[in-house]
Design a protein around this ligand. Structure first.
Ligand code: X2X
Length: 337
């Protein structure tokens, strides 16, 4: 039993394709092997919990459903992975609303700057009406999104040369942003010079000074080793970000109901564990990153929000997202404009 469990865990890491074929029970029930791609380092809690979930799924399905994990952009950048899940070349992805919005514009509505003050508000929205609405819209364009969203975190601005204390410090600041219209619009509105670059190219872009800064949650800054190429962290908390767990819809529909149930239960449970792991990690990260040479400051966040209001940012995005989605967001965030 022990050995079998170990073997299943190995299969789930993507190293054991041949082993998977060799150990299959001679049963008539169909077997499925699905690839799952993501963009985060292997040490990130999202990957730790995905590995546990894949092992549980292999065990509970008695090897009938194998999830092979391809973390850390092994399958390519986010833009490439999105094309792959669309065609069915990859069956599963974790994907933020940021990149997804290039296919479904409303997907990035939960990234609206300063919409959520804390995780209680975030999860009420994403486990509730706003998340349900977005999962419904994703279904219409050929994606099955599992119910529980995964955490990326509240995003903070980092820089290599200068401390960012106020919106004026962003004037002309060369900042990498995800390939996503909302981010471009946000940093244009703040007077910066944003460049869209996939996460897979970000470390190099910072190292070679193509850009001077970027913005990401502390867990990504730490696991992505950005402390090697960035010096300052401004705790702007300027937006919350998270990951949908998506399946290519035909790949979801092909699974018999019992395997759908095992997959959904294990992945949703893993997402809830990951949310807790992230909170625990966040509690110690400022100290860890300081030890790695980073300098922290906490700017006046209201000043950033005021600049966005004055630039007409919220009015513009209210129009773009449309009244249905906007009303749903404000139900959880309170009035935004
Ligand atoms: O691209 C980023 O900045 C990241 C890793 O945070 C995502 O949102 C995919």
């Amino acid at each position: 039993m022990q050995t079998q469990m170990k073997r299943r865990a190995l299969m789930a890491t993507g190293l054991g394709l041949a082993a998977a074929a060799a150990t299959r029970p001679a049963s008539a029930a169909p077997h499925f092997t699905y690839k799952l791609g993501d963009d985060l380092p292997v040490t990130h809690p999202l990957n730790i919990e995905l590995r546990r979930a894949a092992a549980n799924i292999a065990a509970r399905s008695q090897g009938r459903l194998t999830i092979l994990l391809f973390p850390n952009n092994q399958l390519g950048g986010d833009t490439d992975m999105l094309t792959q899940i669309r065609s069915g070349a990859v069956e599963m992805l974790t994907m933020s609303g940021n990149i997804l919005s290039t296919m479904l514009p409303v997907a990035s509505i939960y990234n609206l700057p300063f919409a959520f003050p804390d995780y209680d508000h975030v999860w009420a929205a994403m486990d509730g009406g706003l998340g349900d609405y977005l999962r419904g819209e994703l279904d219409k364009i050929g994606f099955h999104a599992l119910d529980k969203h995964w955490d990326n975190g509240f995003r903070q601005i980092t820089s290599s040369e200068k401390k960012i204390s106020a919106p004026a410090d962003l004037h002309g600041f060369k900042i990498r942003v995800p390939v996503s219209p909302l981010w471009l619009s946000l940093f244009h509105a703040l007077g910066a010079a944003p460049t869209p670059i996939n996460w897979s190219e970000t470390y190099t872009a910072l190292q070679t000074h193509i850009v001077d800064g970027q913005e990401n949650p502390l867990v990504v800054i730490e696991t992505g080793k950005l402390y090697e190429v960035q010096k300052y962290v401004a705790l702007t908390n300027h937006m919350w970000d998270g990951y949908f767990l998506l399946l290519n819809k035909p790949a979801w529909t092909r699974l018999p109901p019992d395997l759908q149930q095992i997959l959904a239960e294990e992945m949703n449970a893993a997402a809830l564990r990951q949310r807790k792991d992230m909170v625990a990690m966040n509690n110690t990260l400022q100290a860890t990153l300081t030890g790695q040479g980073m300098t922290f400051n906490t700017p006046d966040r209201a000043a950033f929000r005021q600049t966005l209001i004055a630039a007409g940012f919220y009015a513009e995005w209210k129009k773009k997202f449309g009244p249905t989605a906007w009303t749903l967001l404000e139900k959880y965030s309170g009035p935004l404009s």
